[in-house]
Design a protein around this ligand. Structure first.
Ligand code: SF4
Ligand code: FES
Length: 249
């Protein structure tokens, strides 16, 4: 017989009039190989059909199941109950708009980030649908692939003290996204253009180096290395903070 697990789960649905934030306690018997996707699905099916939480892929690929698990931002589908104590506390990720219970809207945050940072290839070349695929050297392709592994789960942002203090800070996910385009030889933006976005307290100068992002990224992305890459590019090209403020460089 498995352990008797106790779940204290944050409940609040802002779209329901009269709903007030509270903690609801559930009990469940642990089964072999149980992860929090299985546990929450059973709680919803067997005990309370109104419990809200998000899952799509169940394999750490879609980024929709981020939540605070015993105080740490984690992917619920990647978290096994055997790695947790019998008392499990679940809260929604902070920073993002709460949709209800454990469900938050990360999509709007990441869409705004993409618009703010111009997170797409900037090229003057016309699209040719029948052109042959262009080759890229392996090292560059691998570094772009590494940055592309971000699943936009928001765990790094929820773990970042600066994001909590400064709403406009683009955070590790934003810095990682821009590195992806800075590395790409097809992107025609110059360093000065990148630093119009990055060269401020809401960009690379906003990071306090507390490492909450990298410590909590479920995809183990080298987020501090990405920041270091940008800072090196900044130093190498001589674009200074004051220059970027004046739009030069
Ligand atoms: Fe999630 Fe890591 Fe991407 Fe941050 S960098 S959004 S923690 S996958
Ligand atoms: Fe897709 Fe967890 S359900 S990352």
């Amino acid at each position: 017989m498995g352990r008797r697990l106790t779940f204290d789960i944050f409940r609040y649905n802002p779209s329901v009039p009269g709903s007030t934030p509270r903690i609801q306690t559930f009990q469940l018997e642990e089964t072999p190989g149980m992860n929090l996707f299985v546990a929450l699905t059973r709680l919803r099916e067997e005990q309370d059909p109104s419990l809200k939480f998000d899952f799509v892929c169940r394999m750490a690929l879609c980024g929709s199941c981020g939540m605070l698990i015993n105080g740490r931002p984690r992917l619920a589908c990647k978290t096994f109950t055997r790695d947790l104590p019998a008392q499990i506390n679940l809260f929604p990720l902070p920073v993002f708009k709460l949709l209800g219970d454990l469900s938050v809207d990360t999509g709007t945050w990441f869409r705004n980030l993409a618009l703010k940072t111009g997170a797409w290839l900037h090229t003057s070349r016309a699209f040719e649908h029948d052109a042959r695929e262009e080759r890229m050297d392996n090292e560059t392709a691998l570094r772009i692939y590494e940055a592309e592994r971000c699943i936009e789960c928001g765990c790094c942002l929820a773990a970042c003290a600066k994001v909590h203090l400064q709403k406009e800070f683009i955070g590790a996910a934003g810095i990682n996204r821009l590195v992806r385009f800075m590395l790409d030889p097809r992107d025609e933006r110059g360093v000065a253009q990148y630093f119009e976005v990055l060269g401020s307290e809401n960009g690379i100068y906003g990071c306090m180096g507390l490492m909450g992002c990298e410590d909590n990224c479920p995809k183990d992305l080298p987020l501090q290395l990405q920041l270091a890459y940008i800072r090196r590019r900044l130093a190498a090209t001589g674009v200074s903070r004051s220059q970027t403020r004046q739009g030069k460089g």
